[in-house]
Design a binder for this molecule. Structure first.
Ligand code: NAD
Ligand code: IPM
Ligand code: MN
Length: 368
C-alpha cells in the first residue's frame, strides 16, 4: 500500500481545533489498514511567529514542497495585529500558495439537504445548490507590485496595491474552470469588472479566446463581479462553475458560504499545475481562525474534514474513501447533529469534538 506524505499545518485559533478532528479520521483510517500516511506537522501563522519570529519557517516550507498534500487549518488573530506586515500570520499562508504555485483554488458550495433551512436565505433559493467557485490564487492584487504605503510631500500617506494579471495566468485558471465544467453542468460564468479595470478587460478577452479555441462545447457567460454578488444572493442556482480572480473569488466565496448554512461548511483545494505526474496541493477551509469563538470548542469542523475529503480525492487517489467521508457528513447532518453555526434558533447544539466524533462514527459505519 502506498504511504501518503501529509503535512499538517493547523495554524491558529480554530485552525488547531478543527485539525484535531481530521487527525482522528487519519488515525482511524490508518488503524483500519485502509490507507497509510506518513504525517508531519509544523507551525504556521501566529503560532510560528511566536515560536521563531516568522510566519512560516524554511523547514516547514521544505516539508511543504516534499508533501503529497498539505492540510491547512487557519491563521491570524488580534494577538498579532501589531507584528510587522511581512511577518503577519497571513503572510505564511500567502507564501505557501505562491511558492508552491497553487494557482487554482476550488471552493465548492454545496447545500446539504438537511441544511436547507440553516441558510439565511429561503429554503427554495438554496435547496439543491451545488456551485463550484474557481478562484485564481497566486496573482492579482494579492501579489502585484508595488504594494506600499508611501509618504507624500504634503505629509499625507498614500497606500498602493496593484492588480496585475498576465495572459498565461488568466488562461490557465480558465482552462481549469472549463475542464471542471465538462464534468459538471457544462457551463462557466466568468466574473470580472471590465467596465472599470484593465485587468478585467484582459480577463474577459483571454477567457473568451480560450473558450473559442479549446472549449467551444462548454457554455460561457460573462458577468460583472458586482452583479455576480447580487445574483448569488438572488438566484444562486443559476451558477455551476464560477471562475474569477483572487480578490473577487475571496469575497464571492465567503458570500456563497452562507447559501450552504455557514462559512464553517466550505472546504477548498488549492492546486498547482501537474508536473511529472505530481501536483502540489494544499487543502484549506474557506474560513479563518475565528477569534470570536476560538478556544471554546464551538467551531464547526466540517469544512476542514471536507477539505481532507478533497485531499483524499484529488491528491491521494483515495476517491472511495473521499466519497465515504462526504456520505458521513451528510449522515450526521441528517441525524440532526448541529454545531452552533448551522443550528436553527433554539435547536440543541454540539461542540467541535462531538461533531468530529459523530462524523468519524458515521464514516466507520459507511466503511463497514
Ligand atoms: P473568520 O472566517 O475567521 O470568521 C468569520 C465569522 O465566521 C466569525 O464569526 C466566526 O466565528 C465564523 N466562523 C468561521 N469559521 C467557523 C467555523 N468553522 N465554525 C463556526 N463558525 C465559524 O474571518 P475573520 O473573523 O474575518 O478573520 C479572523 C482571522 O482569520 C483574521 O486574522 C483573518 O486574516 C484570518 N483568516 C484566515 C483565513 C485562513 O487562514 N485561510 C481565512 C480567512 C480569514
Ligand atoms: C482565504 C483568506 C485569505 C485570503 C487570507 C487569510 C490571506 O481570507 O483563504 O479566503 O484572503 O485569501
Ligand atoms: Mn477569505
Amino acid at each position: 500500500m502506498a504511504t501518503h506524505k501529509l503535512l499538517l499545518l493547523p495554524g491558529d485559533g480554530i485552525g488547531v481545533e478543527v485539525m484535531e478532528e481530521v487527525k482522528k479520521i487519519i488515525a482511524w483510517l490508518e488503524s483500519k489498514g485502509v490507507a497509510s500516511f506518513a504525517i508531519e506537522e509544523d507551525l504556521v501563522g501566529g503560532a510560528a511567529f511566536d515560536d521563531h519570529g516568522e510566519s512560516i519557517s524554511e523547514g516547514a516550507m521544505k516539508k511543504a514542497h516534499q508533501a503529497d498534500a498539505i492540510m491547512f487549518g487557519a491563521v491570524g488573530g488580534p494577538k498579532w495585529d501589531k507584528v510587522p506586515y511581512d511577518k503577519r500570520p497571513e503572510a505564511g499562508l500567502l507564501r505557501l500558495r505562491k511558492d508552491l504555485d497553487l494557482f487554482a483554488n476550488l471552493r465548492p458550495a454545496l447545500c446539504y439537504p438537511a441544511l436547507a433551512d440553516s441558510s439565511s436565505l429561503k429554503r427554495e433559493i438554496v435547496e439543491g445548490l451545488d456551485i463550484l467557485i474557481v478562484r485564481e490564487l497566486t496573482g492579482g492584487v494579492y501579489f502585484g507590485e508595488p504594494k506600499i504605503i508611501e509618504e507624500l510631500p504634503d505629509g499625507q500617506q498614500r497606500a498602493i496595491d496593484t492588480q496585475v494579471y498576465t495572459t498565461n495566468e488568466i488562461a490557465r485558471i480558465a482552462r481549469v474552470a472549463f475542464e471542471l465544467a465538462r464534468l459538471r453542468k457544462n457551463i462557466v460564468h466568468s466574473a470580472e469588472k471590465n467596465n472599470v479595470m484593465k485587468s478585467g478587460v484582459l480577463w474577459k478577452q483571454v477567457v473568451t479566446k480560450v473558450h473559442a479555441e479549446e472549449y467551444s462545447d462548454v457554455g460561457l457567460e460573462h458577468i460583472l463581479a458586482d452583479n455576480c454578488a447580487m445574483q448569488l444572493v438572488r438566484n444562486p442556482k443559476q451558477f455551476d462553475v464560477l471562475v474569477t480572480d483572487n480578490l473577487f473569488g475571496d469575497i464571492l466565496s465567503d458570500a456563497a458560504s452562507m447559501l450552504t448554512g455557514s462559512l464553517g461548511m466550505l472546504p477548498s483545494a488549492s492546486l498547482g499545475a501537474e508536473k511529472n505526474g505530481k501536483r502540489a496541493a494544499m487543502y484549506e477551509p474557506v474560513h479563518g481562525s475565528a477569534p470570536d469563538i476560538a478556544g471554546k470548542g464551538l467551531a464547526n469542523p466540517i469544512a476542514e474534514i471536507a477539505s481532507f475529503g478533497m485531499a483524499l480525492r484529488y491528491s491521494l487517489g483515495l476517491g472511495d474513501i473521499a466519497d465515504a467521508v462526504d456520505r458521513a457528513i451528510s449522515r450526521v447532518l441528517d441525524q440532526g447533529l448541529r454545531t452552533r453555526d448551522i443550528a436553527a434558533l433554539g435547536e440543541k447544539t454540539i461542540g467541535t469534538s462531538e461533531m468530529g466524533n459523530a462524523v468519524l462514527a458515521a464514516l466507520q459505519k459507511e466503511m463497514g
